[in-house]
Design a protein around this ligand. Structure first.
Ligand SMILES: NC(=O)C1=CN([C@@H]2O[C@H](COP(=O)(O)OP(=O)(O)OC[C@H]3O[C@@H](n4cnc5c(N)ncnc54)[C@H](OP(=O)(O)O)[C@@H]3O)[C@@H](O)[C@H]2O)C=CC1
Ligand SMILES: O=C(O)CCC(=O)C(=O)O
Length: 423
C-alpha cells in the first residue's frame, strides 16, 4: 500500500514504531491479516488552530489535534496531551496504541488521542483555561459521549477535563458528563481514576514479577517520570515492600541505593514540582539513570526513551511500560535477547482507560460505585487480560508486546470484518 503523504520517514518516530509493531503481529493474524492495512492508517485526523487572547492582550495561536485511529469496536477513547513537542504524527501513534489497548482489555471502544503543541507551564491559569475551551470547541465537531471521549494525559488533569466537559456542554445546550473522563468527583468523575493507571502498572508488574520468581519485598525499583503514572506506581510498589532506588524527571535524576522515603518524595513533588530537590540519595547524570542497579524499571514519561544503547545497559529484569511507546523496536529486540521481560504499554498502562470506562458507565447510569468495587474490578480485568496475553505469548513463542497486539488486533479486525465496508 502507498505510504501516507502526511507522515515522515524518521525510523524512531512513534508512528514508525507503531507500524513496526503491527508488521510483527501480521503473521499471527491468520485470515484476518488481509485487514491489517486498516490498522496502518488513522480513520480521521483533525488539525485545529487554537487562537487565544493572552493576559498581555496579544493573540497567540496554538496547533491542536484530535485523531480517531479506529472506531470499529466503539467510540474513540484516549487522552489529551499538552506538550511543546506534540505533533500530528505523535498523536496518530498515541491514538493507534489506544485502539490496541482498549481491545487488549476488551473495552467497547476504538482508539483516539488529542493534543496541543504548547508548554502549559508557560501559561497563566486564565490562558490555560481559554486555550482548553477553544480547543474543545474546535474538536467539538468530532467528539461526544457516543463518538469520542477524551481524558487526561501528559500535563492535563481533572481541572482541564472539567473545562472540556463544561465547554462541550455549553455548546450542545445540555450537561454531557459522558463527553470526557478523568473529571473531578463532583462533576461525574469516578473514584479511583486518578490512581488507576499507576495501579494498573502495579497489578501487571506484580503478576509479571510472580511469574519471574521476583519477590516484590526488597525489589529495587527505578522510575522515569514521577507524574501521575510514575508516582502512583512507585507508591504502590513501595507499599508492597519494594524500594524506590532511582528517579528521573525534567528537574534531574537521583539515586538512593538504600531507598527514598516515599512520603518525603511525594512531598517534594507537591512542593517543588520535581525530584531534583528530594532529600536522601544523590544526584546523578541523566544518562547514568539507565545504568542504575535495579530489578524493575518503570519508564513513565514519554516515547522513545529506551533506545538500543540504553537497552544494552539496563540492569532490570523487568521493564513495566507506564508510558506509551517508551521502547524503540531495536531496543525491544535487544531486551528480549538479554532476557529482560517487558510488559508493554498496551496492557501495562491500560488501567487508566479501564477506570475511564467505569466512569463513563457510571455517568450514563448516574449510579456511582465504591472505590473498593472499582479497584477490585480493575484488578480482575488487568489480571485476566494479562493471563490471556501470556498464554498467547507462550503458545507462539512471541514477546508480550506481539502477543498483546495479537489478542487485540484479532478483536479489532473481527469487528472490522463483521461490520463490512460501506458502501
Ligand atoms: N495519565 C494517564 O492516565 C495515562 C498516561 N499514560 C502515559 O504515561 C506517561 C506519563 O503520563 P502522566 O503521568 O499522565 O503525565 P504527567 O504529566 O503527570 O507526568 C509526566 C512525567 O514525565 C516527566 N517527563 C517528561 N518528559 C521527560 C523526559 N524527557 N525525561 C524525564 N522525565 C520526563 C515529567 O517531568 P516534568 O514534570 O519535570 O516535565 C513528569 O514527571 C505518558 O506516556 C502518558 O501517555 C498512559 C496511560 C494513561
Ligand atoms: O483514560 C482514557 O480514556 C485514556 C488514557 C490514555 O490516554 C492512555 O491510556 O494513554
Amino acid at each position: 500500500m502507498s505510504k501516507l503523504s502526511y507522515v515522515g520517514d524518521h525510523p524512531d518516530s512513534p508512528w514508525q514504531t507503531y507500524l513496526s509493531q503491527v508488521d510483527r503481529v501480521v503473521p499471527y493474524l491468520g485470515r484476518l491479516g488481509r485487514w491489517a492495512e486498516t490498522l496502518k492508517r488513522p480513520k480521521r485526523a483533525l488539525i485545529v488552530d487554537v487562537p487565544i487572547q493572552m493576559d498581555d492582550g496579544s493573540v497567540a495561536h496554538f496547533e491542536g489535534y484530535r485523531v480517531q485511529h479506529n472506531l470499529s469496536r466503539g467510540p474513540g477513547k484516549g487522552g489529551v496531551r499538552f506538550h511543546p513537542d506534540v505533533t500530528l504524527e505523535e498523536v496518530m501513534a498515541l491514538s493507534a496504541w489506544m485502539t490496541v489497548k482498549c481491545a487488549a482489555v476488551n473495552l467497547p471502544y476504538g482508539g483516539a488521542k488529542g493534543g496541543i503543541r504548547v508548554d502549559p507551564k508557560g501559561l497563566s491559569r486564565g490562558e490555560l483555561e481559554r486555550m482548553t475551551r477553544r480547543y474543545t470547541s474546535e474538536i467539538g465537531i468530532i467528539i461526544g459521549p457516543q463518538r469520542d471521549i477524551p481524558a487526561p494525559d501528559v500535563n492535563t488533569n481533572g481541572q482541564i477535563m472539567a473545562w472540556m466537559m463544561d465547554t462541550y456542554s455549553m455548546n450542545v445546550g445540555a450537561t454531557a458528563t459522558g463527553v470526557v473522563t478523568g473529571k473531578p468527583l463532583h462533576l461525574g468523575g469516578s473514584l479511583g481514576r486518578v490512581k488507576a493507571t499507576g495501579r494498573g502498572v502495579f497489578v501487571t508488574g506484580r503478576e509479571a514479577a510472580r511469574r519471574l520468581g521476583l519477590n516484590l519485598e526488597g525489589a529495587r525499583v527505578a522510575v522515569q517520570g514521577m507524574g501521575n503514572v510514575g508516582s502512583v506506581a512507585a507508591e504502590l510498589f513501595v507499599g508492597a515492600g519494594a524500594t524506590l532506588v532511582a528517579v528521573q524527571d525534567h528537574t534531574g535524576s537521583r539515586v538512593a541505593p538504600a531507598g527514598f522515603d516515599m512520603a518525603t518524595m511525594m512531598d517534594t513533588l507537591r512542593r517543588e514540582g520535581g525530584v531534583a530537590g528530594c532529600p536522601g540519595g544523590e544526584a546523578i547524570d541523566d544518562e547514568a539513570f539507565w545504568d542504575v542497579d535495579c530489578d524493575i524499571l518503570i519508564p513513565a514519561a514519554l516515547e522513545g526513551q529506551i533506545t538500543a544503547d540504553r537497552a544494552r545497559r539496563i540492569k532490570a529484569r523487568l521493564v513495566l511500560e507506564g508510558a506509551n511507546g517508551p521502547t524503540l523496536p531495536e531496543a525491544d529486540d535487544l531486551l528480549r535477547e538479554r532476557n529482560v521481560l517487558v510488559v508493554p504499554d498496551v496492557i501495562c498502562n491500560a488501567g487508566g482507560v479501564t477506570v475511564s470506562y467505569f466512569e463513563w458507565v457510571q455517568d450514563f447510569s448516574s449510579f456511582f460505585w465504591s472505590e473498593d468495587e472499582i479497584n477490585l474490578r480493575l484488578d480482575k480485568i488487568m489480571v485476566d487480560a494479562l493471563k490471556k496475553i501470556w498464554d498467547t505469548a507462550d503458545q507462539h513463542g512471541i514477546t508480550l508486546r506481539t502477543a498483546t497486539f495479537a489478542v487485540a488486533c484479532e478483536r479489532i479486525l473481527i469487528a472490522r470484518e463483521e461490520r463490512g465496508l460501506y458502501p
